[in-house]
Design a protein around this ligand. Structure first.
Ligand SMILES: Cc1cc2nc3c(=O)[nH]c(=O)nc-3n(C[C@H](O)[C@H](O)[C@H](O)COP(=O)(O)O)c2cc1C
Length: 344
């Protein structure tokens, strides 16, 4: 599969998740086999560019390409300017967020709210494509199936976006109204795939190799995108790739390997965020990794009280060493253990 001139090594994407898919997490997901990892969304508002949060979200140091940066906003000129700014900063693909249901995004007529105003959505797409095309930077679009059950307009928007020069669309199989409730549906994604010639990426509730295979079959999508199920379990990409290639189930990872991966992730995380923010924001990643492990809940509570990065990493190492002695292999993760949606 390709996006513009970028040829992807497989058909697995890690979904953009604000507060989660920062540079350390993207690296991890790529290492386990995600071909592409879109950045957390960046506001198009120029006055926010200098903030620490935006600066960290824009950090792609040492990341392998293609670097895909997601921008969010509701004004065509502002989004075009943001696209240009991020291309100047090294973005190789610009992704437009038309899927985010968060109130702070939607109230500014951005994210999934754009799906309610098709002319505005199209004006944004055209403005961003016009800005990126001279730099040979493809523009992609991430959206939902529609605004609400009675207004599923993903097919219309995808067609218009394709005509405007968008190189790929990703569709989360829920409406804006659903938020994260109910189950993702794949019929609308299949309809989008039939309606356009550009690559279509299916997203929503993919949490196992079997589900990945089923979603490919149900949608005919060119690729799949995984978000929440990869939290604390980034090796899922490798498990899916293995299953798609062989039809077999990959053996679960060794606890000792998970310990090593987690410690590397923590080190990268601390380097990006520094001592104070790093120790705090790492807790969620550790907590997700502990999910379903014997004694994991108790350790999580203990670990949450630790205030230094060194001590946190040491406690994680000791805990996983003990676990490895008792249980060399990670348990297979059941679908029902998918993390509850945390909204941003
Ligand atoms: C915590 C969180 C943050 C998210 N942030 C973004 C974002 O910045 N941009 C975006 O397009 N979607 C965002 N999403 C939506 C995901 O990309 C994805 O569409 C959604 O989680 C459904 O996929 P999943 O079932 O595999 O998690 C976010 C989702 C979560 C749970």
């Amino acid at each position: 599969m390709r996006i513009g001139a970028h040829i992807l090594r497989n058909r697995l994407f890690v979904a953009p998740m604000a507060g989660i898919t920062d540079r350390p997490f993207r690296r991890l997901a790529r290492r386990f086999g995600a071909a592409i990892a879109i950045s957390e969304m960046l506001s198009a508002r120029p006055e926010l560019r200098a903030s620490r949060k935006s600066r960290l979200r824009r950090d792609h140091a040492g990341e392998s390409g293609p670097i895909s940066v997601q921008i969010a906003g509701g004004d065509p000129a502002m989004l075009a300017d943001a696209a240009r700014y991020n291309v100047d900063q090294g973005a190789q693909i610009i992704d437009i967020n038309m899927g985010c249901p968060a109130k702070k995004v939607c109230n500014q007529w951005a994210g999934s709210a754009l799906m309610k105003d098709e002319p505005l959505a199209l004006a944004i797409v055209e403005a961003v494509v016009a800005e990126c095309a001279p730099h040979d930077v493809p523009v992609t679009l991430k959206m939902r199936t529609g605004w609400c059950a009675s207004e599923k307009n993903a097919v219309r928007i995808a067609r218009a976006a394709e005509a405007a020069g968008v190189a790929m669309v990703a569709v989360h199989g829920r409406t804006r109204e659903q938020g994260y409730k109910g189950d993702a549906e794949y019929e609308t994604i299949a309809a989008v795939k039939r309606a356009v010639a550009i690559p279509v990426v299916a997203n929503g509730d993919i949490d196992s190799p079997a589900k990945a295979r089923a979603v490919f079959a149900a949608t005919g999508a060119d690729a799949i995108m995984i978000g929440r199920a990869a939290q604390g379990r980034p090796w899922l990409f490798g498990e899916i790739a293995f299953h798609l290639a062989t039809g077999e189930t990959a053996p679960p990872p060794r606890v000792a390997d998970v310990k090593a991966w987690l410690l590397e992730h923590l080190d990268d995380h601390y380097r990006l965020y520094g001592e104070f923010a790093g120790v705090r924001s790492a807790r969620k990643h550790i907590g997700w990794t502990l999910r379903g492990l014997p004694g994991g809940e108790e350790f999580r509570a203990e670990m949450n009280a630790i205030e230094s990065c060194d001590a946190q990493a040491r406690a994680v190492a000791v805990w996983f060493d003990r676990l490895a002695d008792a249980m060399p292999l990670m348990p297979a993760c059941a679908a029902h253990e998918r993390p509850a949606p945390t909204l941003h």
